[in-house]
Design a protein around this ligand. Structure first.
Ligand code: CU
Length: 341
């Protein structure tokens, strides 16, 4: 796909082949012991090195990318296993100060990404950030301390203000998944960022259309940024309100939901089987704050037929969406809302 939406083009590719082509935007954690391996000791962790380029994009926006000239909004979806360390060389190809600041993982003050700790890239500067993760462990007091596994995110913390407010507005953000060994791996991944009054810095009808074939396992990574509270709603699909979005067996009575708060700084993820129990079709995802959806915080989850063909009525639904009047979004979403493509 469309690198702006991270609608991951994984279908038909094995996890290992994707690892060999990391430029596709995803760091695959596989490799170490395989997806089916039991939880390994923290000592099994690997150090994974990568270079990320922060670059200007058309329309005054900015993005992170894994190669020069390939920056996108959101940035590449980063994915590792608990116990691994990520060593990120951040190249600043802009004329502004910026950084990369993660949620959910461990780091020293000099990898914090905050001006408070003098931890950022000056214009044109390259700087290394180290993010560490760990498996759960029993602390001396007998409490179980959580591991790093979760649906997290990273973002700029230095452009414009000491909190990176301008960098965030303009697109310097992305998803970060830390998995436990044994977690089920999806066929496709979608990163959805509710940022101010935009989705991935777009407003409808230019918001990303995420596609899958009926029966495919798809993973959603949902992130909130900006200054407004939001709620993420997905039509016709639901998930458990747990770390993975899945139940832990037939006697797991975790709450099942299809709508979840997505306030600034929050992130969560889940997996669904596309079209399970409902069939293929053009299904909406949107913010459920009504004036937000009315103003363009909506998009389409297109579940194709199992053979990849278009289901009956779906194209008509897409056409209807494209011509839908998202009244007022230009007034509300401001200059950053405009498409950069
Ligand atoms: Cu909203």
């Amino acid at each position: 796909m469309d690198r702006t939406g991270n609608a991951a083009p994984r279908s038909g590719l094995s996890r290992r082949s994707m690892l060999a082509t990391a430029a596709a935007g995803v760091l695959i954690p596989g490799m170490v012991a395989g997806a089916a391996a039991p939880h390994a000791a923290a000592a099994a962790g690997l150090t994974r090195k990568l270079t990320i380029y922060a670059e200007p994009l058309p329309g005054g926006q900015f993005g992170y990318g894994l190669e020069p000239g390939k920056a996108s909004i959101p940035g590449p979806l980063l994915e590792i296993y608990e116990g691994d360390t990520l060593e990120i060389e951040l190249v600043n190809n802009t004329d502004q100060r910026l950084s990369i600041h993660p949620h959910g993982v461990n780091y020293d003050t000099n990898s914090d990404g905050a001006p408070l700790n003098n931890s950022f890239n000056k214009p044109g500067e390259t700087r290394t950030y180290i993010w560490r993760t760990r498996t759960q462990y029993k602390a001396a007091n007998g409490f179980w301390m959580p591991g790093s596994a979760g649906y997290w995110q990273y973002h700029d913390h230095a452009m414009g203000t000491d909190h990176g407010t301008v960098g965030l507005q303009k697109g310097l953000y992305g998803g970060l998944i830390v998995r436990k060994r044994g977690d089920l791996l999806p066929s496709r991944q979608y990163t959805v960022v509710f940022n101010d009054m935009m989705i991935n810095n777009k407003v409808a009808p230019d918001t990303p259309m995420f596609e899958a074939n009926q029966g495919e396992r798809v993973e959603w990574i949902c992130i909130g940024h900006g200054i407004f509270p939001h709620t993420f709603h997905l039509h016709a699909h639901r998930w458990a309100d747990t770390r993975t979005g899945m139940l832990n067996g037939e006697n797991d009575h975790a709450n099942v939901i299809d709508n979840k708060n997505l306030d600034p700084g929050a992130s969560f993820g889940f997996q669904v089987i596309a079209g399970e129990g409902v069939g293929p079709g053009a299904w909406m995802y949107h913010c459920h704050v009504q004036n937000h959806s009315d103003m363009g915080m909506a998009g389409i989850f297109l579940v194709r037929n199992p053979d990849g063909s278009m289901p009956a009525g779906a194209q008509e639904a897409i056409d209807r969406f494209k011509h839908h009047d998202h009244t007022g979004h230009t007034a509300q979403s401001g200059a950053t809302a405009h498409s950069n493509h």
